[in-house]
Design a protein around this ligand. Sequence first.
Ligand code: FUB
Length: 347
Amino acid sequence: MQLSHAEEVQIRDAERAKTLTKTQKDTPLVKHIFTADPSAHVFEGKIYVYPSHDIECEGGPSVNDDGDQYAMRDYHVLSLSEDLTEATDHGVALSLEDIPWASAQLWAPDAAKKGNTYYFYFPARDADGLFRIGVATSDKPTGPFVAEESYIPGTFSIDPAVFEDDDGSFYLYFGGLWGGQLEHWQNNEYTSSAKQLAAEEPAFCPRVAKLSENMTSLDTPPKDILIYDEQGELIKAGDNHRRFFEAAWMHKHNGVYYFSYSTGDTHKIVYATGNSPLGPFTYQGTILEPVLGWTNHHSIVSYNGKWYLFYHDSTLSKGKSHLRSVKMAELKHDENGNIVTYKAYHE
Ligand code: FUB
């Protein structure tokens, strides 16, 4: 029987964990729960991290390429001490049973602050099993968050990331292949059969939409984010080391927009740069080499004059891809603005 990619990684990583746990450069921010998909932001002078909360599934997970093993049911919020040496878990901020429209799988979230309100964005499956993006609000960065009655109209797929530009506009980035269902959405319409692309066709695009003033709806329909290579050609579907898979993030450094993402089945975090939050972007290189575990997912935030990379790996669970832990490291841009590739393990 042919193994899925997820099963192959699971078998491989049980062995790799023995070495990589010894050579890891960073330790998990918290160890009493498993956390993943960290979205970090500075609110009121402190770093808050909005992660997924990984759990062991009852009866053991069914490991497959749709990600059924990622069966999360609630969210916790973490905050870091000012010297960044300690993390506090503020407990459950939102639970599946308190989200009227969601049926399962609380995947990678993000958060934003506008005025005195904190907005928590999260993907989940709706009653029909389609991933949608929801929003919940609180007057505190740690929640508890109160979810809207329905998901944000016009949203689909997974991995919301919210970016506030210098003019106070907010943009929502999202999308994810395979279990994230992005292949089912063309021109913002759902099709029951996933579109198949030939290797030479342009890859599936992540999406971006401007958020409305109220932060709970889209101001514009989602639009494709175009990512070009150095020759000015769109990155191809078969270019698995550079094409978008999931885990979108945006940061701005010296006036340049850095769009970063996971390449999925090649397990890297890479980036592309541009002059507008809406793109187009030109591919630049690797931010984070593959980590222990199937998924690679990150965020990048500036704090007290330094840049930090938040990411996760599966060292604490000894290589189980669905039980991950959030870590952090300093991230450097060189004098030309290029990001210096980070390796999470000593050679
Ligand atoms: O945590 C579930 C999914 O795994 C996320 O939504 C993806 O980005 C990947 O990290």
